[in-house]
Design a protein around this ligand. Structure first.
Ligand code: GDP
Ligand code: IMO
Ligand code: MG
Length: 422
């Protein structure tokens, strides 16, 4: 599998963290290349739950190097808190973490602007994580952002910050919102910067040298295909390229060094935040929530849930060039019978087999379902594909056939051991 790009093939929270943790065992380096601490990746190991926001999920495996690449937006105060939190749980963080000097910073005014823009949109809000992600990437695209390299030069940082705080406070004031204190932000960020300094390098050079030495890299996607700024359900998306191409631009590793794209998808669909979800189903949501599942890792919000959507997964396979699939949370459907699979959309009497680009049109799409019989048997103890009930095997085979990629992994529970590799 060598250098593998792992991406979410749905709307995020597909179980990427768990699969990354499993696959890290056979890799040397894990790289995050986009997104910020809007991500929440869960790894459960030996009864402890670890939630990773900015640090790659490979950090739990000893001897592996984790890289936060140039395409990530970093809130340095949040990153320091995450490092300290992991250390308290007994995870050693030292030479195993590297941070790109080109990564952009998320500042407190980004978070306040994120919140204000959401308030201003009223019912048309995106339902962001309020981590300041959109405004931070906005500054990056406008070429007015501050980067980790600025933070590593305290006098320069302070000067640039002063101008940025002035500019953003006037915007916040005009919106009638709370403003930020330059002195407080400056102190907190310089303090965090000093803690992060030992980790900061040119990660592009590091990764290229590692590749020359034959090291194998796993690229950890954050969010999911339909939250991609270009290919997602715009404007109900995040602000980065969550699809496979983002792994190249966000790390500086060129496309021809990538060997495989692995798409992670749940055996059903979830989405947290606003925007179309054609297969949304209240009964499935109620059942999963009553099982204590499908609550957001970052914000605690209840995730919206629905049937598996093969129109979406086929499109995800196309955009990302998915070679292999990991299907997670199969056990979530253990009690469901019959099970529906969306195989097409109907829009104004027309049959569609790709999702429309317009958010309102996608919202108006009616799913066309095929129905299969459920297996009504717990699957959590299965360790081999042949351990799964016949109907469960048929179901995952059908999902992979409709998606058009090779089945590599089936996950039947959150723990490492609850993983079937084909
Ligand atoms: P990520 O953002 O893609 O890493 O996914 P999250 O961690 O936000 O959400 C996935 C949730 O599903 C977490 O609570 C995981 O522990 C859990 N999970 C992952 N795979 C499985 C699985 O196969 N079965 C069950 N029951 N839970 C799973
Ligand atoms: P992981 O990596 C699920 C969603 C938000 C909102 C939209 C924009 O854990 O899969 P943002 O704060 O990015 O501006 O919010 O994107 N969102 C996610 N949904 N999983 C995530 O990350 C998400 N990160 C952002 O809910 O709808
Ligand atoms: Mg998540």
């Amino acid at each position: 599998m060598a250098n593998t790009i792992l991406i979410g093939a749905q709307w995020g929270d597909e179980g990427k963290g768990k699969i990354i943790d499993v696959l890290t065992a056979q890799r040397d380096i894990v790289v995050r290349s986009q997104g910020g601490n809007n991500a929440g990746h869960t790894v459960i190991h030996r009864g402890t739950t670890y939630i990773l926001h900015l640090i790659p999920s490979g950090i739990l495996r000893r001897g592996k190097v984790c890289v936060i690449g140039n395409g990530v937006v970093i809130d340095p105060v949040a990153l320091v808190a995450e490092i300290e939190g992991l250390r308290k749980l007994g995870i050693a963080i030292g030479k195993n973490l590297l941070i790109s000097d080109c990564a952009h910073l998320v500042l407190p005014y980004h978070r306040l602007l994120d919140e204000q823009r959401e308030l201003g949109k009223g019912r048309a809000k995106i339902g962001t994580t309020k981590r300041g992600i959109g405004p931070a990437y906005g500054d990056k695209a406008a070429r007015t952002g501050l980067r980790i390299s600025d933070l590593m030069q305290p006098a320069l940082f302070t000067k640039k910050l002063q101008a940025k705080v002035r500019e953003n406070n006037s915007i916040l004031q005009a919106l009638g919102a709370q403003t930020v204190s330059f002195a407080e932000v400056n102190d907190a960020y310089l303090k965090a910067g000093a803690t992060l300094r030992p980790f900061v390098v040119n990660t592009v050079v590091y990764l290229h040298r590692a590749l020359q030495r034959g090291k194998e890299i796993l690229f950890e996607g954050a969010q999911g295909t339909f939250l991609d700024i270009d290919h997602g359900t715009y404007p109900y998306v995040t602000s980065s390229n969550t699809t496979a191409g983002g792994a190249c631009t966000g790390s500086g590793v060129p496309p021809h060094r990538m060997d495989c794209v692995l798409g992670v998808m749940k055996a059903y669909t979830t989405r947290v935040g606003e925007g179309a979800l054609p297969t949304e189903d209240e009964d499935i949501a109620k059942m999963l929530h009553e099982m204590g599942r499908e609550f957001g890792t970052t914000t605690g919000r209840a995730r919206r849930c629905g049937w598996f959507d093969a129109v979406a997964s086929r499109y995800a396979a196309m955009i990302n060039g998915i070679d292999e699939l990991a299907i997670t949370n199969l056990d979530g459907l253990d009690a469901v019978d019959p099970i529906r699979i969306c195989v097409g959309y109907r829009l104004h009497g027309k049959h569609l087999d790709v999702p429309p680009s317009d958010a309102a049109q996608l919202d108006a799409c009616e799913p066309i379902y095929e129905e299969v019989r459920g297996w009504k048997t717990p699957t959590g103890a299965a360790r081999k594909f042949s351990d799964l009930p016949l109907r469960a095997r048929r179901y995952v085979r059908r999902l992979t056939e409709l998606t058009g990629a090779k089945l590599r992994i089936v996950s039947v529970g959150p723990a490492r051991a609850q993983t079937i590799t084909l």
